[in-house]
Design a protein around this ligand. Structure first.
Ligand SMILES: [Cu+2]
Ligand SMILES: [Zn+2]
Length: 191
């Protein structure tokens, strides 16, 4: 065989090996990327907020868990403009017209009331909803400090969401001096 043809042949084989390698590395990258998405279905819980103390407010709250991160969102309607505290309270019971059946702040870690993410705070200390002139407002939060439907101490299911007439000052004990309860909803596992 001609030396020139042999040399061309070697070059072609070499190029083929290179291009197959690149393709294989590309596929490996793609399969690693698809591995980023959770393999188990996400868990959800929700609470329908109904009026307490005849405030007339309504709302919806939702918890969604992806891996160890739980994202919370609440939207309320029919509230007075300004800041309204929202907390998770310890009992999933909204039967009392003034919302007191929901008990105190959910506090499974046994610490002081405070501002979320700063020093000590109850696991129920979500914060304040800023309600606009149209009477609607929302707040969201993502955390790895809660779980959904595990039955553990940090499981939000079976607790309640309480919306207050006033703002949480993040200082006053045991509940931030947020005033009367104007909305309540039991947190239930979504089907
Ligand atoms: Cu509260
Ligand atoms: Zn608190």
């Amino acid at each position: 065989m001609n030396k020139y043809l042999v040399s061309i042949g070697i070059k072609v084989i070499f190029l083929l090996i290179i291009s197959i390698s690149i393709t294989l590395i590309g596929c490996e990258r793609m399969s690693q990327q698809t591995g980023v998405f959770p393999t188990t279905p996400e868990k959800q819980a929700n609470a329908t907020i109904a009026s307490s103390n005849d405030s007339g407010i309504t709302g919806e709250a939702e918890f969604t868990q992806n891996d160890d991160q739980v994202t919370f969102m609440i939207e309320i309607q029919g509230a007075t403009p300004g800041l309204h505290a929202v907390h998770i309270h310890e009992y999933g019971d909204c039967s009392a017209p003034d919302g007191t059946s929901a008990g105190g702040h959910w506090n499974p870690t046994g610490v002081a009331h405070g501002k979320w993410g700063e020093g000590e705070f109850h696991l129920g200390d979500i914060g304040n909803i800023n309600v606009g002139e149209d009477g609607t407002g929302s707040i969201s939060l993502t955390t790895d400090l809660w779980e959904i439907g595990t039955g553990s101490d940090i499981d939000v299911v079976g607790k309640s969401i309480i919306v207050h007439a006033g703002a949480d000052d993040f200082i006053s004990q045991p509940s931030g001096a947020a005033g009367a309860r104007i909305g309540c909803g039991v947190i239930e596992l979504s089907e």
